[in-house]
Write a protein that binds this ligand. Structure first.
Ligand code: PLP
Length: 341
């Protein structure tokens, strides 16, 4: 990749990644069919591959991660149910309340008292409360976990903590949905197969359009019955796409390079270390997200913009996301531009 000294360096999100030549070639060559009428062979191949990677019996391709979560929550929740999710979770903060107004669940946020991105089993148990809610009370029926946790700076929930939370939820009869938009990053950071992080969850969603670089697409995995019901929900939401194999081919190409996310993690640490050396207060990154504490977030973002560095806001902090379209040289250039000012 060539590098130009005054080019804009876009660290707002790993969603800005563009499909590269290899991915575009796979899209152009994709065998396709009508995925609503019967089946698109490439979508089917992607779904099988994703299910295997996530250690689930089946998976469903959907156009966005938001729809993946909404499909899962719609299948799991009924009106009058309450669901639990970690504070700042995508299903609480970034989906415009669709978990409530479409899936019908009353949200309840759990604090991150076990570490960034996760509650302790005790806090979870207390939030679930006693069994046997009266008919006039909310029924707590679902726990939503998020790994990595976006608002917590790409924090990883290790498998033993995941297992304890799942066990606590299950003992109380709750279903578990895992928002694994960046589950691939968690797996790479822990050097584990992605399926090691989904144990015990009823459903898991994962994005193809973030660090893996596909232009669109996510998967939501679970039992064959879940996928069958989920396909109906996808259709209701307007997500029944016809020759979607063109997009699924990009997803398959993305799944071939999960290991390459490690470069993003190395670059995130390089950026965090460099910023710390320049006197910034940064949270040490576990994956590809760097959060920095700044006195004035808007002012900092505007100043970065004038330097040709794009970052974003996240819970009052500045968020930098490394991704496959930013090289190590881009990270060094970012630090150089900041240090010169
Ligand atoms: C990005 C993201 C989603 C949603 O993905 P879209 O494809 O942008 O709709 C869901 N959950 C988390 C944690 C995310 O970071």
């Amino acid at each position: 990749m060539t590098f130009s000294a005054n080019a804009t360096i876009d660290l707002r999100s790993d969603t800005v990644t563009l499909p590269d030549d290899r991915m575009r070639a796979a899209m152009a060559a994709a065998e396709v069919g009508d995925n609503v009428l019967d089946a698109d062979p490439t979508v089917r191949a992607l779904e099988e591959r994703a299910a295997e990677l996530l250690s689930a019996p089946a998976a469903l391709w959907v156009p966005t991660g938001t729809m993946a979560n909404l499909v899962a929550l719609t299948v799991h929740l009924r009106r009058g149910d309450r669901f639990l999710a970690t504070e700042g979770a995508h299903v609480l903060a970034n989906e415009l309340g669709s978990a409530a107004w479409l899936a019908g669940g009353m949200p309840h946020a759990l604090p991150h008292d076990a570490g960034p991105g996760r509650p302790t089993p005790g806090t979870l148990a207390a939030a679930i409360g006693a069994r046997g809610a009266a008919y006039y009370q909310l029924h707590t029926t679902l726990l939503c976990l998020e790994n990595t946790h976006n608002a917590a700076g790409g924090a990883v929930t290790p498998p033993h903590e995941h297992a304890r939370l799942v066990a606590t939820a299950r003992e109380a009869g709750l279903k578990v949905h895992l928002d694994g938009a960046r589950l691939w990053n968690a797996a790479v950071a822990l050097d584990l197969p992605p399926g090691a992080l989904t144990v015990g969850a009823d459903t898991v969603s994962a994005c193809l359009s973030k660090g893996l670089g596909a232009p669109a697409g996510s998967v939501v995995a679970g039992t064959a019955e879940f996928v069958e019901e989920g396909r109906r929900v996808r259709q209701m939401l307007g997500g029944g796409m016809r020759q979607a194999g063109v997009l699924a081919a990009a997803g398959l190409a993305g799944l071939d390079r999960i290991d390459e996310l490690d470069t993003d993690h190395v670059n995130a640490r390089r950026l965090a270390d460099g910023l710390a050396e320049l006197g910034w207060t940064v949270v040490p990154p576990q994956t590809n997200i760097v959060l920095a504490e700044v006195a004035d977030m808007e002012l900092t973002l505007a100043r970065l913009r004038t330097l040709g560095v794009l970052a974003g806001p996240m819970g009052g902090r500045v968020r930098f996301v490394t991704h496959r379209d930013t090289t190590t040289a881009d990270i060094d250039e970012t630090l150089l531009r900041i240090s010169d000012n």
